[in-house]
Design a protein around this ligand. Structure first.
Ligand SMILES: [Zn+2]
Length: 456
């Protein structure tokens, strides 16, 4: 039971947003690193009272899919986690496709954990993966080390960093992952189709931005989706589409669930608001895989989201240096967008523009990714006993300016530059301590920590 006779360490006041509703004029009372009480009205005595009256207090966001270390290795953890702090994202689920070594065994995993504990500004859960061949035997040790999920790919960007796993190896991996109880998120694009179409486009001299979408048509994505879910059906693993840019992916997940398969799919925020027009206009800065689709497809994705078929919404944040995004040859540009610092305000904006409740943000950007990554009940929820991770949002009109991104100078670019957002992150708290005050990151590298999967 909560002891109300002793003052709390800190009370944070504002309008609390949970998946169930909004508690106006509420408070979160904190002892140590943990939420000790939640209520409404007069706040209880505390050594510190942070009054955010009129502001929205969300659980700290949990980004279920992002990449700190594709471009510069584990040095990227510090930079990405600093932008996360400024964006109200208090837990990152970091992908394993790191340079120079992806996270494919327990030794590499523990080395990455040490770098997280030494350099991160927010808490970090880690995906694990396997080598292109011969790596499946490492699956149990990676799960035992505390991996939150596995990531595999049907498409090869790089034989070492981001390999395609062939069907035979994939089936074997799925069987072993099923035994661990972890989810396997899969990058869902068909290699054969994309390679053939890309070769045709290049042969005809077409390398302008829209060719990126044309060479990765819907069928390239849905062929991979079906393969992934059939592997789940055959092996009992929980298969998760790492991103679906198409309503069809969510419909397939639903259809397979109806057949008793553990199937889910994720939307990245860019698929909910950017289109092929952005690809044409912004070129490499709007190149991601799968590619952006049409405005009509964006509408269909929102229908899936409202219907409850989107497992969670992530950023797929990939802070490539700008020089990797500016070639006029779209095929020469790196794939992946930045999105951590704009994530929470953009999600508020998109929900409000559609008249949808902000409780969906608490559910799809905190509670559900935390649950699927085995980080609940510590993470993802405003609840007694949970870590006191908070994202405080102020409403208003704020133009998102990419130069404010707190990454390395060469990574201060955004496909959302110039967009008017309806909120900004006024404060972020990590385990009871303020780490962002609306202008500055307040904590030191290494105050974030590795979060192992709970309760295995
Ligand atoms: Zn990704």
């Amino acid at each position: 039971m909560t002891d109300l006779s002793a003052p709390f360490d800190r009370v944070v006041c504002g309008d609390l947003v949970t998946p169930e509703g909004i508690l106006a004029q509420g408070f979160v009372a904190i002892r140590g690193e943990t939420i000790a009480a939640i209520g409404q009205g007069q706040p209880p005595p505390a050594r510190m009272i942070d009054d955010h009256a009129g502001r929205l207090i969300f659980p700290g966001l949990v980004d279920g899919h992002m990449h700190t270390s594709s471009a510069m290795g584990w040095g990227g953890i510090e930079h990405a986690s600093r932008t996360a702090a400024a964006g109200g994202v208090t837990t990152l689920c970091d992908m394993p496709y790191d340079i120079p070594r992806p996270v494919t065994d327990a030794t590499i995993f523990s080395e990455k954990v040490a770098v997280v504990n030494r350099t991160a500004h927010v808490d970090v859960a880690l995906y694990a993966t396997i080598t292109k061949t011969g790596g499946v035997a490492r699956i149990p040790e990676l799960a035992a080390a505390g991996a939150s999920a596995f990531k595999l790919s049907t498409y090869e960007y790089d034989a070492v960093r981001f390999p395609r796993i062939d069907h035979r190896e994939m089936e074997h991996a799925f069987r072993l992952i099923a035994e661990t109880g972890l989810m396997v998120a899969v990058h869902n694009e068909d290699q054969e189709l994309v390679e053939a179409l890309t070769a045709e486009a290049k042969a005809s001299g077409r390398t302008d931005p829209i060719q990126h979408a044309r060479t990765r048509p819907a069928l390239a994505e849905t062929l991979a989706d079906v393969l992934i879910f059939e592997l789940a059906r055959a092996t009992g693993a929980h298969a998760h589409l790492a991103h679906s840019s198409l309503a069809r992916g969510f419909e397939l997940a639903r259809a397979f669930r109806a057949m008793g398969v553990k199937a889910s799919a994720e939307a990245c925020i860019q698929y909910l608001c950017l289109t092929e027009e952005d690809l044409i206009r912004q070129g490499g800065k709007a190149k991601c895989n799968p590619p952006l689709r049409t405005a009509e497809e964006v509408e269909r994705l929102w229908t899936c989201l409202v219907a409850g078929d989107v497992a969670y919404v992530s950023t797929d944040h990939a802070p490539w240096p700008i020089e990797r995004k500016t070639s006029p040859d779209i095929f020469a540009c790196a794939a992946g967008l930045t999105g951590l610092q704009s994530f929470a305000p953009l999600m508020v904006t998109l929900l409000e523009e559609r008249g949808l409740p902000l409780t969906l943000l608490a559910k799809l950007c905190a509670e559900e990714p935390a649950r699927l990554h085995g980080l609940a009940p510590k993470k993802g929820r405003l609840a007694v006993g949970a870590d006191a991770d908070l994202c405080v949002m102020e409403r208003g009109q704020f133009v998102f300016d990419e130069s404010t991104i707190l990454d390395r100078p060469e990574c201060r670019w955004s496909p959302y530059h110039g967009r008017t957002l309806r909120a900004r992150v006024a404060a972020t708290y990590l385990r009871g301590r303020p780490i962002w005050d609306g202008a500055r990151v307040l904590n030191a590298p290494g105050e974030g920590r590795f979060v192992p999967r709970q309760g295995r």
